[in-house]
Design a protein around this ligand. Sequence first.
Ligand code: FE2
Length: 280
Amino acid sequence: MIFRQLFDAESSTYSYLLADRVSRDAILIDPVFEKHQRDLALIRELGLKLSHTFDTHLHADHITGAWLMKNALGSKIALSKHAGATEVDVPIDHGDAIRFGHFAIEVRATPGHTNGCVSYVFADRVFTGDALLIRGAGRTDFQAGDARELYRSIREQIFSLPQETLIYPAHDYAGRTVSSVGEEATHNPRVGGTASEGDFVGYMDNMALPHPKKIDAALPANGRCGKPEDGVVPPVAAWGPVVATYAGIVEIDAGGSPSSETKSVSSTCAPMSKWSANSA
Ligand SMILES: [Fe+2]
C-alpha cells in the first residue's frame, strides 16, 4: 500500500492519499481546493489512477478539492448522502464498502460534528474527519451539530475498533499527526477515560468558539463539492500553459501532464499563483 499524509497549513487540514502499490488504483480523502495542483502532481508522479475522492463531511473551514480532481482526472466524488450536496457521484451511507484496486474502504456514520459526518475505516487505520481529533473532538455548535450524538458516534463507531487502530483526523492545530484508538480512549480529555456523555456535552456546550473564518465561502462551495460558482478552473499561472510539479516547480505543459519532455521553469523566476506547493 502507498500512504501519504498531506497538510494544508492555512486551514491545518490533513488530506490522505491511499493507493494499491500493484494496480496503482488510488483514492484521496479530504482534498483541499488550494492544494489541488500539489495533490495532482503527486498522483501523476507516482503513476496512480485516482478512482475516488472521499470527503469526511461538508467542511466549514476550507473548500474541498473534490470537484477539481474530478475535472482533472475523472475521479468520482464520494460524500455522505446526508450532507445535502450537489455534484456527488457516490452518495454514501453507513455500512457501505467502496472498492479500489484490491482494497476496500468501509464507511461508518459518525454524526454529531455535522449530521453528514462519516469516518472511513481502511485496514489498520481510521480517518475520523472532525468527529474525533487527537485529544479533541469536532465542535458541535453549527451544521446540525449535536454533542450527544457525537459522543455516541465516537464511543460506538470509533472506540469499538481494535485498540491499535491508527487514528488519522482531518485537522490538527498542534503538529500532531496520528494517534490510536487505545490512546484516545484513554487520554482524550473530552471523550476518553471516564468522561460521561454528560461531561462531554457540558464541555462542548461551553466552548464559545468563533465561527471559522472561511465559513461564508466554504459552505456554499462545498455544497457543490468545490465546483467554482462560474465553473471555471483557476489557472496554475496567468502567464502561460503550465503545470506544477510536486516539488513546487512550474513547467510548460507539453501535453496535459508533467513528463521528461516538459521544459522546466524555475519557480524563483516564475512565481506561481496561490497554487504553489513550495513555500519554504
Ligand atoms: Fe468540520
